[in-house]
Design a protein around this ligand. Structure first.
Ligand SMILES: Cc1cc2nc3c(=O)[nH]c(=O)nc-3n(C[C@H](O)[C@H](O)[C@H](O)COP(=O)(O)OP(=O)(O)OC[C@H]3O[C@@H](n4cnc5c(N)ncnc54)[C@H](O)[C@@H]3O)c2cc1C
Length: 353
């Protein structure tokens, strides 16, 4: 059974299936609605229902209060239509967004490589001969078996290789999804992903120098973005400041050293936070934000900054960039939130300790 969903102020009407969320229906038509956690917890996707009836699904009572429900507000990532509906949304104009429609893709795992003791590289060849069209920096949702749902992973390969996508997946201690990928997934296995998702891509139209700051498996999006920029012949300075714990965890190090050698406009600054004293490591010792501060002499003016990785790393980098006189409008982030982090944004009433 399907209904009509009208999105204002666009004035566009699309189909929405019974049981499908408003957000999913819109993204699959290439219409971007602001959203973040996707689980009814953060309230980024709040919309006004101006006509029709909906089911609020699993919207958390903290993210969507009772009085807001009475005022006709809903969370697009959870709300499902119970008939024809109309919604009002604050649309964001972004001239760099290609607004590619989200689709389901089947494929086969062609290669699994242990990039570090905690991160695996997974290559998925897609059955669709056209491959997946995506913007460098975007992510997919990987469907897991046995009712485990799906998990978000950024695409680490550039869009030019659309038939086979690469993921870099870090195992989360106690994590079901990443545990499955690390312990049970094998080469040759069939797999389903949906995508592309997200607004984390380079604002090429700004034509400004870029600095990427990444931590852990948060290298995935920046790697795709950097390879894409270099393939495109982007001629402004590009810097990658990449943080890992120690030498064993530092992956794609040789690749970035070679890229820096080959491209005069690309600089690579690796930083290790827990490398044992007295080892052969000659590079920076400390966290990403400190390495960036030193490299840029605490002055980030004139850059666009793209931060990717765990929430704590991103918060430290934002503080450093703003102290180094970069405005918030020039900082873009992709936080690798897990279920545990999502629980922490559950209630605006809870204070972090
Ligand atoms: C846009 C995006 C892109 C991402 N890209 C990447 C990527 O390229 N590479 C990558 O490695 N990761 C990436 N991530 C992170 C990745 O999605 C998570 O690590 C993954 O979802 C974890 O799944 P899991 O099932 O293994 O662990 P989860 O089930 O999420 O559990 C994580 C931890 O939290 C605990 N936990 C679970 N539920 C709760 C709860 N309710 N309360 C408290 N604790 C709980 C678990 O025991 C475990 O220790 C990305 C995340 C986002 C949002």
């Amino acid at each position: 059974m399907s209904y009509e969903l009208t999105i204002q102020p666009l004035g566009q009407t699309i189909d929405i299936e019974e049981g499908q969320t408003i957000l999913d229906a819109a993204l699959r038509m290439g219409i971007y609605l602001p959203h973040a956690c996707g689980h009814g917890l953060c309230a980024t996707c709040k919309v006004q229902i101006s006509d029709g009836e909906i089911d609020h699904g699993r919207a958390s009572s903290f993210a969507l209060m009772d009085y807001e429900r009475e005022e006709g507000l809903a969370l697009a990532c959870c709300a499902m239509a119970e008939g024809d509906i109309e919604i009002e949304v604050e649309m964001e104009e972004d001239e760099d967004a290609l607004n590619l429609p989200v689709r389901d893709y089947t494929g086969q795992v062609t290669r699994i490589v242990e990039l570090t003791p905690t991160i695996k590289g997974i290559w998925i060849k897609l059955d669709d001969t056209q491959g997946m069209q995506f913007q460098a920096g975007q992510y997919i949702n990987l469907q897991l078996p046995d009712d485990m749902g799906s998990r978000a992973f950024s695409i680490a390969s550039p869009p030019s290789v659309s038939g086979e996508i690469e993921l870099n997946i870090r195992i989360v201690p106690g994590g079901q999804g990443t545990g499955y990928v690390h312990e049970r997934l094998k080469e040759g296995d069939g797999i389903t992903v949906s995508g592309p998702y997200g607004r984390f891509f380079v604002k090429k139209s700004a034509d400004m120098p870029v600095v990427f700051m990444a931590g852990g498996s948060g290298l995935s999006s920046p790697r795709s973005m950097i390879l894409d920029l270099l393939e495109d012949g982007f001629d402004k300075p590009i810097a990658l400041v990449y943080g890992q714990r120690n030498c064993d965890e530092l992956y794609y190090h040789d690749e970035f050293l070679a890229l820096a050698e080959k491209h005069a406009n690309f600089t690579y600054v690796p930083a290790l936070s827990h490398e044992p004293e007295g080892s052969d490591w000659q590079g920076f010792r400390g966290f990403v934000h400190d390495a960036a501060k030193m490299h840029f002499d605490n002055d980030f003016r004139g850059h666009k900054a793209y931060l990717c990785g765990p929430p704590l790393m991103i918060d430290s980098c934002i503080a450093t960039l703003m102290q180094g006189r970069l405005f918030e409008r020039d900082i873009y982030t992709e936080k690798f939130i897990s279920a545990a982090d999502a629980q922490q944004v559950r209630s605006p009433l809870f204070k972090a300790i």
